[in-house]
Design a protein around this ligand. Sequence first.
Ligand SMILES: Cc1cc2nc3c(=O)[nH]c(=O)nc-3n(C[C@H](O)[C@H](O)[C@H](O)COP(=O)(O)O)c2cc1C
Length: 209
Amino acid sequence: MRTQSRTNMKAKSQQSGTKSQQSGTKLRKPRILLAASGSVVAIQLFKFCHRLCEWAEVRAVATKRAMHFIDRALIPSEVALYTDDEQWKEWNKLGDKVCHIELRQWADAMVIVPLSANTLGKIAMGLCDNLLTCLVRGWDYNKKPLFVAPSMSRLMWSNPFTACHIDSITKLGIKVIMPDSDSFMVADPWNIMNELSRTLNTQVRLIDG
Ligand SMILES: Cc1cc2nc3c(=O)[nH]c(=O)nc-3n(C[C@H](O)[C@H](O)[C@H](O)COP(=O)(O)O)c2cc1C
C-alpha cells in the first residue's frame, strides 16, 4: 500500500513532466509549508519533510512547544525551518521583510501536522500570537488550500471544545484530516500525505512560463 502510493506519486510526477515538455510550458514543484505545533507527533516532522520532499519544495514552521519535540539535525538540509525567532530576528526596521508574509506568498499550500488542541483553539478564535498562527490568520483560503491534522489524547479530542473549534475552522475553509486511531487521536501520517498529493498536483504551472 505504502510502496504503491509512493510509486503513484512518482508516476504522476513523470506524467506532468511529459506534459510540460509537450506543451512547452515551464512547470515547477508545488511549494508546501509544513507546520508543526506542540503535540508529541511533532517528533515525526522530519519524516513528513522527507516524504513531501519527494514531490514538493518544502519549508517548515514550528511553534515554540513543537520545537521541544523536534531534532533540527534530522530535518533534511533542503528544508528551512522557521520559528518565532526567525520571525522577530528578520524584522528590525520599516521596509524589512516580514517572515509570515514572505512565507505565505511563497507557499502554494500549507499543512499543519500535528495540530495541537491549543493551536486548534487559537485558530478557531482568530488568535495570532506566533509565526504559525499569523500565517493561518492571514491565509488566502480562496486561492490556497490549508490542511490540518489534529493530534491529541482521546480525552482532549472528546472535550466539547474540539467539535466546536473543528466546526469553526471548517467554515473558514480549512480542510481537516480527521484522526483515525482510537487510542491516540491522529490521522495515519500516510493518509495525511496521500490526502495532500490527491489534492495538489505534483507540479504547478508557473504563471510567467
Ligand atoms: C510531553 C507532552 C506531550 C504533549 N502532547 C500533546 C498532544 O499530543 N496534543 C496536544 O494537543 N497537546 C499536547 N501537549 C500539550 C501541548 O504541548 C500544550 O498545550 C502546548 O501549549 C501547545 O502549544 P502550541 O499549540 O503553541 O504548539 C503535550 C505536552 C507535553 C508536555
